[in-house]
Design a protein around this ligand. Structure first.
Ligand SMILES: [Zn+2]
Length: 448
């Protein structure tokens, strides 16, 4: 049992409460009570006391689309001419990288590094989309081990694809099914990890594969996690394969639904938006990745007009939701040449929608400070220079809060970082080991 006291608590709850000098009682990983510091301390004298010293205390950030496996691409040079479009970025970088991930160590450390970096910037939950075509069977168990060792809430899946042949396609399907069954039937005790069924994107999925995936989840009560119309190439491919747009094609195969994550949706039309809305499919926006790949601007404001549940992710570009939110906030303004637009929508994605999306994967609420929610909480060295309240908190975040201000990170009631120092993990040791493995990995990629 512990009490976080003397905090300025931004609850993000239904009543948007902001409590100055507030306290939170945590028991067994769950928020049990919220009140005044002295009152809770008197009531629970045996509880360990964590003094927030008037720091900002708020729910941890949730990343609704991540690729932990992307770590070893950091700083890696590419041979030959630089990729000139999205398809070439996939072929020359990502598909080459994921095929060369062949060892348990590579998978473990490429996952552990961004998980740790996430803790340092207050990211307490991620929905990951994994690919390692050099190591498919059991890959999700290795990611799970990294997530549990780091202590970070994670929903895992494997990117099923035809791009490496039928044998590895089938292995990817099996890996998803195996891990979903494990989480559903044999490993129900861990609340830190969850799962869904992963698929790469329409452009690397044949009709036969889409059918197989749908059939594989028949009795599993799960949705899919899939890239949708990220680059124009996905649309062209879908039209060629089916005469239909990507969302229509996926809908025909029963891939959409209220548990399915449609990632990106940069190139979709009104009709496709209506299908997403009518099937209650969730959409995830990843602005930095879209800009970096030069694929286009996702029409997020339109998604809100249509009432599509839209969340915010990072697509492996960064472990930081501060970065993603800040870019998401300014992009629609520039794109529409209108400084009035985007604020409300991006705030809703970060503060409300991401937690609604997490609720599809985790039984206990996260992304909110209220009784009964998981104790996934961050403390920031943010002492606002101007009045702060729940209605302007988002604008303080955009213009005032930064990654390095995250002082303490708690997940499932466990203090993972305190005063900027990781409590459980030797960061230097992990980074040293990661550099060693990455060096060998780069050599392997060069010789491949
Ligand atoms: Zn992605």
């Amino acid at each position: 049992m512990k009490i976080i006291g003397n905090g300025s608590i931004l609850t993000l709850d239904e009543n948007d409460r902001f409590i100055t000098n507030g306290a939170i009682l945590i028991d067994n990983g769950i928020i049990k009570e919220i009140g005044e510091t002295e009152e809770l301390r008197q009531k629970y004298p045996e509880a360990e006391f964590l003094n927030a010293e008037h720091r900002l205390v708020m729910p941890g950030f949730l990343n609704t689309h991540m690729h932990l496996y992307s770590t070893f691409a950091r700083g890696m040079g590419l041979e030959g001419a630089p990729p000139k479009n999205f398809k070439e970025i996939l072929e020359k970088l990502w598909w080459k990288l994921d095929k060369n991930l062949t060892t348990e160590e590579e998978l473990y450390y490429s996952a552990l590094v961004p998980l740790i970096e996430g803790i340092k910037v207050g990211t307490t939950g991620i929905l990951d989309h994994h690919a390692s075509f050099g190591f498919v069977d059991g890959s999700l168990d290795i990611l799970e081990k990294a997530a549990i060792d780091a202590g970070v809430r994670s929903a895992l899946c494997y990117e099923t694809s035809d791009r490496c042949g039928k044998e590895l396609r089938d292995a990817s399907i099996n890996e998803n099914v195996r891990y979903i069954r494990k989480k559903k039937y044999t490993d129900t005790s861990s609340t830190l990890t969850a799962t869904t069924f992963g698929m790469h994107a329409s452009l690397t999925l044949s009709n036969e594969t889409l059918e197989k995936c749908k059939k594989a989840v028949e009795d599993l009560d799960t949705g899919f996690h899939i890239h949708v119309a990220e680059g124009i190439e996905d649309v062209e491919d879908s039209l060629q394969k089916s005469g239909k747009k990507v969302v229509e094609r996926l809908n025909d195969f029963g891939i959409l639904g209220d548990k399915t994550l449609a990632i990106h949706c940069v190139h979709i039309d009104e009709n496709e938006m209506d299908i997403l809305k009518n099937t209650n499919t969730m959409v995830i926006h990843n602005p930095q990745s879209n800009m970096n790949n030069a694929v286009g601007v996702t029409p997020v404001l339109k998604f809100f007009e249509k009432g599509i549940l839209t969340g915010l992710g990072t697509d492996g570009y960064t472990p930081s939701m501060f970065e993603s939110a800040k870019v998401a906030y300014i992009l629609p303004k520039l794109h529409n040449k209108d400084p009035r637009v985007g604020g409300n929508e991006i705030q809703q994605m970060l503060f409300k929608n991401n937690r609604k999306i997490f609720a599809k994967f985790f039984a206990r609420p996260v992304g909110i400070i209220k009784e009964g929610a998981s104790a996934d909480i961050v403390m920031l060295d943010y002492f606002p220079p101007t009045p702060f309240n729940s209605s302007n908190a988002f604008y303080h975040l955009i213009f005032g809060m930064r990654d390095h201000m995250v002082n303490t990170t708690i997940i499932n009631g466990k203090v993972l970082m305190k005063n900027h120092k990781l409590a459980e993990i030797d960061e230097e040791e992990v980074m040293t080991k990661s550099r060693e493995i990455a060096k060998k990995f780069w050599e392997k990629m060069q010789n491949a």
